[in-house]
Design a protein around this ligand. Structure first.
Ligand code: BG6
Length: 479
């Protein structure tokens, strides 16, 4: 078993989940900076006014801002060929609506990118990963407002011009399709329909705002693709989706239809727009039935048509099932997604059902649909890790999870999928996006940081570190 010789093995992170230094060197407040910690059982809170004495996980996170050299050196030791990270929008434009970028913020990413290049690691940059400037939320209710397109493009222009010649791969929005679900309204889009303290899981949801916000994001993404190509013809710009693989719970035809409808909105709508350059026909019925009316400008159709992405990327963690039976309990937890548990699968400690074959299944569907190069830019097991007395971390469960998924990616390649790379999530332990926890760890590298804010931030290799190093060295043969 071996992967294509130029396959991009690597890892992925997001600025707000690892950098810390939340108010250093001119950085402004981003939406995650006003989120408290939480857990699998207790929702994190959104506090528009920061509370004294409350712990905010993003404020220090794992202090990658000051330790990036050590971290990139560890990634290089594992043999990374690619590192997917995000730029923090508020380091570049602290409130989001300034006209000139913050030089110190730009410098940080000069250094980070140079550090990657020093080791021959190809950067893949997410432009907006779950951290809209809070200033834009307060003033404009973020992506509900069309002016966001200009703020976003201003930001794109600053980074596209600055990092020209050093970076090739860009992603416009992390998990853009999360905004088809209530949880994505604030997380992805920075939309807060009421500015008040509340549980993250208790947001006031206005679907009209989310879908109008998505339209603005589609237009912004399409214009960013065009801008990128004009600035540097070598730039490749991709979309990024949560691939929430879903099956009919039974072979009853109405379960299949329920699943089809779910998939259309959840898994295909956003990538259909971004890869095919127009709204898919099935979405109009969904809009009608949900009383959603999208305001579009005359030129939007052409913008979308001329701003198709160059490649497709997704995160993949789990799958679940859909049914037409209203008596079936929605008991399947997932990456922001909920469905019915699949009786054939086991779940992680956070209730996400583990389904390696689902990855092969979805990669086939994706490639068949778009015929674009594909990257899996997130995948991994969030788990409790225990430090043994001798200091080692024996994370065999993580190795098993990753091995099974890598095997299925290989099957997908044999099936004909043009899979270009794999960057497992949280290659170094970082703050969980959904719960704000540190104890939900994904990394090959353990970070001494805990949910009460304690820890000396030291880095330690887990058993999976050496395992992944071998996987990369052998180009996927040694699993
Ligand atoms: C994806 C996000 O949804 O899943 C990441 O892009 C996130 O930001 C990851 O961290 C894992 O989810 P969680 O909630 O376990 O951190």
């Amino acid at each position: 078993m071996s992967f294509p010789s130029n396959f991009y093995w690597g890892g992925a992170t997001a600025a707000n989940q690892l950098e810390g230094a939340w108010n250093v060197d001119g950085k402004g407040i981003a939406c995650p900076d006003i989120c408290t910690g939480g857990s699998a059982k207790v929702s994190k809170r959104i506090t528009p006014v920061l509370e004294e004495g409350t712990f905010y996980p993003s404020h220090e996170a794992i202090d990658h801002y000051h330790r990036y050299k050590e971290d990139i050196a560890l990634f290089a030791q594992m043999g990374f060929k690619m590192y997917r990270f995000s730029i923090s929008w508020t380091r570049i434009f602290p409130n989001g609506d300034e006209s000139k970028p913050n030089e110190k913020g730009l410098q940080f990413y000069d250094h980070l990118i140079d550090e990657c290049l020093k080791y021959g690691i190809e950067p893949m940059i997410t432009i907006s990963h779950y951290e809209v400037p809070f200033g834009l939320t307060k003033k404009f209710n973020s992506w509900t407002n069309r002016q966001m397109i200009d703020f976003y493009l201003n930001y794109c222009k600053a980074i596209f011009t600055r990092y020209k010649g050093k970076v090739k791969y860009w992603l416009t929005f992390n998990e853009i399709n999360s905004a088809t679900m209530p949880a994505g309204g604030f997380l992805n889009q920075g939309i807060l329909n009421e500015i008040k303290t509340m549980d993250f899981l208790d947001q006031v949801d206005i679907p009209q705002n989310r879908f109008q916000g998505l339209h603005h994001q589609f237009v912004a993404s399409a214009l960013a693709v065009q801008m990128a190509h004009e600035i540097d013809k070598n730039y490749q710009v991709g979309c990024m989706n949560i691939m929430a693989t879903s099956y009919p719970l039974t072979c009853k035809p109405s379960d299949a239809i329920e699943n089809l409808k779910h998939n259309q909105v959840m898994n295909w709508f956003c990538s259909d727009v971004q890869c095919r350059g127009k709204y898919p026909s099935y979405i109009w019925r969904y809009f009608k039935e949900n009383n959603i009316q999208i305001q579009m400008e005359e030129s939007d159709k052409d913008i979308l048509k001329n701003g198709c992405v160059d490649f497709y990327t997704c995160s993949y963690y789990m799958s679940n099932c859909q049914t037409s039976n209203p008596d079936k309990k929605i008991n399947g937890e997932g990456n922001l997604i909920h469905g019915v548990n699949n009786p054939y699968l086991k779940a992680s400690d956070w209730g996400w059902q583990i389904d390696p074959e689902g990855l092969r299944f979805s990669l086939n569907e994706i490639y068949d649909r778009y015929q674009l190069p594909v990257f899996v830019v997130e995948n991994g097991l969030g788990a409790y890790d225990k430090v043994e007395e001798d200091g080692s971390i024996q994370d065999d469960y993580r190795i098993d999870y990753l091995r099974l998924h890598i095997e299925q990616m290989h099957e997908a390649i044999l099936d004909g999928v043009d899979l270009k790379g794999y960057t497992p999530w949280g290659c170094i332990d970082l703050v969980s996006a959904s719960t704000g926890e540190m104890r939900k760890r994904y990394g090959f590298i353990y970070v001494d940081k805990y949910d009460d804010g304690t820890g000396d931030l030291s880095r330690h290799k887990k058993k999976s570190f050496d395992w992944y190093k071998k996987v990369i060295e052998s180009n996927g043969e040694c699993l």
